[in-house]
Design a binder for this molecule. Structure first.
Ligand SMILES: [Zn+2]
Ligand SMILES: [Zn+2]
Length: 258
């Protein structure tokens, strides 16, 4: 029981407090801490001790139960389901629930500092755009880049490097509806972006020995062009960040040569 102003520490969840959780030897390097508890204990603690963190965990898990369990015979959340509680300073609270041979992960987070006043282990998360609107995404990307530039001492700064043998030149004019495939030389050094993408099942634009000249002459960006929407978005993103060159595997590698 609590005495005076001292807050009692829940023996099940340790109040999800970094100062009260069992410390491991050697100490965790990345400030990521773990402990295990069976679901039964959290549930009991949320009911009888009315522990707030235990109640939050319990409510979160029970909320997911419906999605996790397809039918009565397919129960996942059982009394002896083991919860691996992972506290990561500055991140969401991550709970891995495991039954023999099956595992589900649930993360708990808050959306603002004022929601997070009492349980720091439930970190603050970013609101994520629900629609993939390019302008909105670019704005978000610019915020991240700015943060990286001003706050991340360990992140490297972009440096010009030898350009890949072939790159897409997005041109100096952001409104132009044409880009070019450009063959580079040893002395061509600059910044470039690479598009990492999934090829999927659809036919995508490629460069072969027979199309090289045409690609160097121009690649059209209009709606009717051979470029898929994600390729066109990649061009817009490079232009937005003032980066002149873009590397896209299917366009910049010869597909008929090995
Ligand atoms: Zn508790
Ligand atoms: Zn960074």
């Amino acid at each position: 029981m609590a005495t005076g102003d001292e807050k009692s520490v829940c023996p099940v969840c340790f109040n999800l407090d970094f100062d009260h959780i069992p410390q491991k030897e050697p100490p965790c390097v990345l400030d990521s801490h773990y402990f295990n508890i069976p679901f039964l204990k959290v549930k009991a603690s949320s009911k009888s001790e009315s522990c707030l963190p235990c109640s939050i965990i319990c409510a979160g898990l029970e909320c997911m139960q419906e999605q996790w369990e397809d039918s009565e015979d397919d129960q996942f959340l059982l009394e002896d389901t083991l919860l691996l509680i992972n506290l990561r300073r500055g991140h969401s609270l991550r709970i891995t629930c495991s039954n023999p041979g099956d595992e589900k992960i649930l993360e708990f987070y808050t959306l603002s500092e004022k929601d997070n006043a009492s349980i720091f282990a439930i970190g603050i998360s970013r609101a994520v755009a629900t629609e993939l609107d390019l302008d909105r995404c670019l704005e978000l990307a610019r915020e991240w880049m700015k943060k990286c530039d001003t706050e991340h001492n360990l992140c490297g700064r972009p440096i010009s490097s030898r350009l890949p043998t072939r790159v897409i030149d997005v041109g100096p004019d952001a409104t132009s509806d044409t880009v070019y495939l450009r063959e580079t030389t040893e002395s061509n050094r600059d910044l470039y972006m690479s598009l990492s993408h999934c090829w999927g099942k659809e036919q995508i634009i490629t460069t072969t020995t027979s199309t090289l000249l045409a690609r160097k002459a121009s690649i059209n960006l209009s709606e009717l062009s051979e470029l898929s929407e994600n390729f066109r978005d990649a061009v817009m993103i490079a232009r937005y960040f003032g980066i002149r060159y873009l590397w896209i595997d299917s366009l910049c590698l010869y597909l008929d040569r090995h």
